[in-house]
Design a protein around this ligand. Structure first.
Ligand code: AMP
Ligand code: ZN
Length: 485
């Protein structure tokens, strides 16, 4: 049984796909006007773990991450300049060049963090036709009105407005209503903005039934989710900041157009915090993945740090936490490496109890993933089992077959979701011979004692035997790969 916390109902609920074996997920993606910061990246690690957990459960998953390359203004509330255009002007480039550059950087960050590649990454600017069609539908059902600067959604017409964030529409949550001419209620938001008045010099613009202009920020997600996933799909994800505005507005738009709440489950990842403040552009406390790499941290260490925390808990990020994560991951890697070594003798003792223990751990890992993505618990189990197995090994109470079984059933399985490079480390298909492992250890010792001549000699010997040895900057000092890989 799989259970997820649903922001819509504020409860953990049993998850079942709407149709057959396929789970459809929409993940709100980045606005590509700058490098992603590690707070943003935390939210995509959460979406990746969600996807991988559903795959572990045997479902097929269709997940969309959109790329916002137009229409997201510097204020989330239809004011200010277009974020991408502003950057383009500063760098004397076109908005398209800015968007292409930062999309590429974003995808490279995802890859480094072992986030599975998405087949569909739709761009807002390529779906204007779908957005216009949806706005026309919203007009036809009576939820939209025109002002001199754009088309707005009338939130008062949607009686359930506020259902996700549980805010009251009458509560003047924003008092800027009178600043935007013609807006009826403070919570009303733009579906389309005309390139007149303050938006006169907007660069990316299209023809529409309401004159030349560009879309509001929220409509892209309603239009693209409908196009790729249908009127009603399984899960919608984003960060907690999306609850009160972006996702609330998506629900309103999609309901107005299709008379359905677009997703069954709404799941939100908590913030990454620095010095008590959310990591964010306006706070001036940004850190990118490249900056972590400069400090000699591998991206996978950041992924590990994120997963040691539940996605619905805040992470207080600092250098100390990164160092701790690095040490812990290194410890896990080295205990697995020790286990991997083939035994000279094979002693099978307490084998029924051991098989039972492995079985239990396997079940508990799955149960934890399926219990609203309890990754911290899974990681605890991995450490507990590594201690236990190493202890048995040092007492000569465990045989090769049991080690192999434990590695396959526990570590390879958990890594399908955690993706913290355990698979590479314990992969049993390309088992490295004991002789090579010993040579690699000798080489490391030579390097540690600065005998580089000897280290080079051993490296050559390893290569002659058909293996490559690669030094890594990170948590495991080296990696051995068969030469034909
Ligand atoms: P944006 O590009 O600003 O739309 O943000 C991309 C994603 O990152 C959204 O899902 C946000 O909710 C999320 N996000 C932004 N700041 C943080 C943060 N400090 N911690 C975690 N997630 C964040
Ligand atoms: Zn969105």
């Amino acid at each position: 049984m799989i259970k997820f916390y649903n922001t819509l109902t504020r409860k953990e609920e049993v998850f079942k796909p709407i149709t057959d074996n396929l789970v459809r997920i929409y993940t709100c993606g980045p606005t590509v006007y700058d490098y992603a910061h590690i707070g943003n990246l935390r939210s995509y690690i959460f979406a990746d773990v969600l996807r991988r957990t559903l795959e572990l459960a045997g479902f097929k998953v269709k997940q969309i991450i959109n790329i916002t390359d137009v229409g997201h203004l510097t204020s989330n509330e239809d004011e200010g300049e277009d974020k991408i255009q502003k950057r383009a002007e500063r760098e004397q480039k076109t908005p398209e060049q800015i968007a292409a550059f930062y999309t590429k950087a974003f995808l490279s960050d995802l890859k480094k963090l072992n986030i599975e590649k998405q087949k569909i990454l739709p761009k807002a600017s390529e779906h204007i036709k779908e957005m216009i069609a949806m706005i026309e539908k919203i007009f036809a059902t009576g939820y939209a009105y025109e002002t001199k600067d754009g088309i707005y959604f009338d939130t008062k017409k949607f009686k359930d407005y506020g259902m996700l964030s549980r805010q009251k529409i009458d509560l003047e949550r924003r008092s800027r209503v009178d600043k935007i001419s013609g807006k009826k209620n403070p919570t009303d938001f733009a579906l389309w903005l005309k390139t007149t008045g303050k938006h006169k010099s907007h660069i990316m613009k299209w023809d529409s039934p309401w004159g030349e202009g560009f879309p509001g920020w929220h409509i892209e997600c309603s239009a693209m989710s409908q196009k790729y996933l249908g009127d009603e799909f399984d899960i919608h994800t984003g960060g907690v900041d999306h609850i009160p505005v972006h996702h609330e507005n998506e629900i309103a738009q999609s309901y107005a157009a299709n008379a359905k709440i677009p997703a069954k489950f709404w799941m939100h990842g908590e913030f990454l915090i620095v010095d008590k403040k959310r990591m964010g552009k306006s706070e001036g406390n940004l850190l990118t993945l490249a900056e972590l790499e400069k400090k000699e941290y591998e991206p996978v260490t950041f992924r590990f740090l994120v997963l040691r925390n539940h996605y619905r808990s805040k992470i207080q990020f600092d250098d100390e936490k990164m160092r701790e994560a690095k040490t812990a991951l290194k410890f896990l890697y080295s205990s697995l490496s020790r286990l991997k070594r083939p035994q000279a003798k094979t002693i099978v003792a307490e084998s029924t109890a051991l098989a039972e223990k492995i079985n239990q751990a396997e079940q508990e890992i799955k149960k934890s993933f399926f219990d609203d993505l309890n990754t911290p618990r899974v990681i605890d189990i991995l450490f507990e089992m590594a201690h236990y197995l190493n202890k048995l090994k040092s007492e000569d109470k465990i045989g090769e077959a049991e080690i192999k079984d434990a590695l396959e059933r526990i570590y390879l399985m958990a890594d399908k979701v955690l993706a913290i490079n355990l698979t590479e480390l314990v992969s049993l298909k390309k088992e490295i011979p004991l002789e090579i492992l010993k040579l690699a250890e000798e080489r490391q010792k030579a390097k540690d004692s600065k005998d580089f001549k000897l280290a080079d000699k051993i490296r050559k010997e390893i290569e002659d035997k058909g293996f490559k040895i690669e030094d890594t900057r990170g948590e495991s000092p080296y990696r051995i790969i068969p030469s034909n890989k």
